[in-house]
Every structure is written in C-alpha cells, then in structure tokens.
Design a protein around this ligand. Structure first.
Ligand SMILES: CC(C)(COP(=O)(O)OP(=O)(O)OC[C@H]1O[C@@H](n2cnc3c(N)ncnc32)[C@H](O)[C@@H]1OP(=O)(O)O)[C@@H](O)C(=O)NCCC(=O)NCCS
Length: 403
C-alpha cells in the first residue's frame, strides 16, 4: 500500500468529513438512478455518508407501479450496512415519511395553516433523522396537483422538504453533472444568478428544467449549497463532497467562483491582472504572444464575472508541464482562489498525459510546498527549457509528481 498517497488523500478529505458531520442533505434520486445496477453503488456511498454522521432525506422518483418494490429495494440495500467494512450487516434504518407540499390554496385558503402543516411534517422528519435513521420519501403519483407533472411534483416536494428541515445541502443526482455543452467552461461552482442564466441559455429537457428550477428555488430560499452529481460515475458523490475539486456542479448562495479557459479576447485583462505582481517581481513578465501561443493554456477565475485570478500551463515536453503566471488578485487572496486555479492547471496537465508539473517562484516557495511541490535541481528540467532559464532571477524550481 502506498502510505504516503493514502495519508495525503485522507488529510485532504478530513476537513470535509468534519464539515459535513451532523449536516442534513436532501437528495433527489430520479427514476433513472434507481435502476438495479446503479442503485447498489449509490446506496453503498449513501451508507458511507450515514456512517460519517451525515443526515439524509432521500426523495425517490418512481412510477406508481414500481413504487413499493423500489422502496423495499432501497430499504433492503441499506439493511446490508456498509459492505466490506466492520459495519457490514449492521442494518442502517430507513424510515418512510410522507410530505404534502400542496400550495396554501389547497388547504382552504389560509397560508398559515399550510405553513404550519409543512413545519409539522418537517419536524417529524427531523426527529427521524435525530434518531439515527435515513428518511425516505417517495411521493405517490396521486399527490400530483393536476396542473403539475409527476416529476415536477416530486421536485416541489424535495424543495419544500429541504426548507422544512432546514437542510444544509440539496443534491440532485443527474446525468450529466454539468449542464453546459461546452467542455472548455468549467462550471464547477456557480452562483445562483449564473445558474439561472445557464437554465435560460442551454437547451434542456423539460424534466431536467423542473429539477434544476427546484434546486435554484431551494438555494434562493436559503439552502446554502446545491449540487448536481452524476449517478452513473462510480464515486462521483464522494468526490463532490470530500475533494476540493468536486466532481459535479455546485451552486452557492455566497462565495462563488467560475474557472474557465481564457480566450484571446481575455489577454489584455490577464496582462492587467499580472501588472502589480510583475512590478513587485513576484511574476515573470510574459508577452501577449506567449499567452496566446498554442502551447499555452490560461485559466481565468471570475467572481461574479469579475476576473480575480489566473494561471497558465506551458507545455515543456510530453512529461513535464510548467505552471506559471499564477495569481490571485490582491483583495481576493487567502480565499482559496490560488489553490483552485493550481488544481485546475494540474488537472489539465494530467489530461495531457504529463507525469510532472514544475514551477519557478521567488516568493511563493512555501505555498507550493504546501501543495506537494518539492524544491528540485535545475537538471531535472528538459534540456531545451534549461537553456531559457533566467539565472539572474534566482527563482526556485519546484516539481510535483502527478498521480
Ligand atoms: C501565491 C498565491 C497565488 C496564493 O493564492 P491565494 O488564493 O491567496 O492562496 P490560497 O487562498 O489558496 O491559500 C492561502 C494560504 O496560503 C498562504 N500563503 C499565501 N501566499 C503565500 C506565500 N507566498 N507563501 C507562503 N504561504 C502563502 C496564506 O497565508 C494562507 O494560509 P492559511 O490557509 O494557513 O491561512 C497568491 O498569494 C498570489 O497571487 N501571489 C502573487 C503571485 C505569485 O507569487 N505567484 C506564484 C508564482 S507563479
């Protein structure tokens, strides 16, 4: 076993484990995710979340015909505990709950009656969670209000439940986990406004739209985080919840950041961003041509469409890529922007098949060491690049092995 790798992975994940403990997650499971072959893996990961102290309300979308057998299958899978662990055969209790999310006018016209009714139902679910059970809600088709489709009703129930139990997160299992067709736009983090814009711009199926509008509504009403996570990719839920990069799309009501590949039209903005750090000798000046060169990829971090940082990946040879031009705008420092940009550039280097990434820096040696970069000898570089090394600048070379 590679202890070093395991320890690093565990250390990186542990803040999230602590962060999520005792939090309430409402998880929408559409019919497609409930197919036998997928469900087993999904429940295995949900069981792990349960063991880690995360309280869960599962909202199942089933047909009338499949409803009872689906509930039984889910309960049966949880009854097996956490396979391949000492928790195996330690049944995880799943309690079926009902929730009526019908709008106030269906309760005789007094909105306060309907609100009180929803609160009462929410309190009941919270009690179930506090007793250590997972709550399961599978709205019956009969709950449909006539004007809504069944899927819309399920999603309305999910939003109402999330608000009634004051959930910390609402998660939609969905394929694919990104709603944007353009793979160059990395929309791993979206503000509610940016999310709404995507819902307007992209051509999405009606059921997807209902689901996403339910998520948007929940976030706007006070659920801090919404997530769209793949149900087909094994482990996607765990990666979304326990890694800095995540695996899907996160919708946040507060600190949101979009990282995208820069285009030629962004070059002036990037040169502008770099100016202060170049003057302070923290960054090496780069020409407009170099930033636009085919062998260079620049990523831009934007906060509410305002550029707040960038990083460039320069191709040295097949195995080695150079990270450079990494900066977080001064008033946005210490907000994880640098770390996320670095991680984005490393992911890109991995995609290109590189085994190592390197960086030259004068003032951020310790920062890179914290990200597992090791000070290295110049001879480790490809000879072609060595010739271009600026000896006068006396910056430190650090290299990281990519996994
Ligand atoms: C280095 C830089 C990109 C980090 O970005 P950032 O978004 O501020 O960093 P993060 O929020 O991810 O990390 C913040 C942590 O790193 C520490 N840190 C920030 N800059 C550091 C540095 N130069 N050396 C050591 N630690 C540093 C912070 O104190 C903070 O520590 P904490 O988590 O214990 O509070 C940013 O400081 C910067 O733009 N520097 C100027 C340009 C530069 O030097 N680029 C690197 C050369 S390519």
């Amino acid at each position: 076993m590679d202890f070093h790798r395991f320890a690093r992975w565990f250390r990186d994940s542990s803040p999230y484990i602590r962060e999520h403990r005792d939090k309430v997650f409402v998880i929408i499971m559409p019919a497609a995710s409930l197919q036998q072959d997928l469900l087993g893996k999904i429940v295995r990961d949900l069981a792990l979340l349960h063991v880690l102290g995360i309280k869960q309300v599962l909202i199942l979308e089933t047909t009338t015909k499949a409803r009872l057998s689906c509930i039984a299958t889910v309960k049966d899978l949880f009854a097996r505990g956490l396979p391949s662990s000492r928790y195996r055969n330690q049944a995880i209790s799943v309690v079926e709950e009902t929730f009526d999310s019908a709008p106030p006018f269906q309760h005789g016209g007094d909105p306060s009656d309907a609100n009180a009714h929803q609160k009462k139902q929410g309190d009941h679910i919270v009690q179930t969670l506090d007793h250590g059970s997972i709550a399961l809600i599978a709205p019956a088709v009969g709950h449909s209000t006539g004007t809504n489709s069944y899927e819309e009703t399920v999603n309305n129930v999910a939003t109402a439940v999330a608000l009634a139990v004051s959930a910390d997160k609402m998660i939609v299992l969905h394929e694919p986990a990104s709603l944007v067709g353009d793979p160059d736009i990395v929309n791993s983090d979206l503000s509610t406004d940016a999310f709404q814009t995507i819902l307007k711009q992209e051509t999405l199926e009606e059921t997807t739209l209902h689901r996403m509008h339910a998520l948007l509504h929940a976030c706007r009403q006070g659920i801090n985080r919404g997530h769209i996570v793949s149900y087909e990719t094994d482990g996607a839920l765990l990666a979304e919840l326990f890694t800095a990069d995540g695996s899907g799309t996160q919708i946040s009501t507060d600190d949101y950041l979009t990282i995208r590949r820069a285009t030629d039209a962004d070059t002036d903005m990037i040169l502008d961003l770099m100016k202060a750090d170049i003057e302070q000798d923290r960054l090496v000046p780069r020409s407009r041509e170099m930033l636009r060169d085919d062998s260079t990829t620049v990523f831009l971090a934007e906060h509410d469409n305002i550029p707040v940082g960038c990083v460039a990946l320069y191709s040295l040879d097949q195995n080695m890529q150079e990270i450079g031009t990494l900066l977080a705008a001064p008033i946005h420092r210490d907000r994880n922007i640098g770390s996320r940009l670095l991680s984005r550039a490393e992911t890109e280097a991995r995609k290109r098949g590189a085994s190592h990434v390197c960086v030259f820096t004068k003032h951020a040696v310790d920062w890179f060491k914290r990200h597992d970069y090791q000070p290295s000898r110049l001879e480790s570089l490809p000879s072609t690049h060595l010739a271009a090394y600026d000896h006068e600048r006396q910056s430190t070379l650090l290299i990281k092995e990519l996994e």
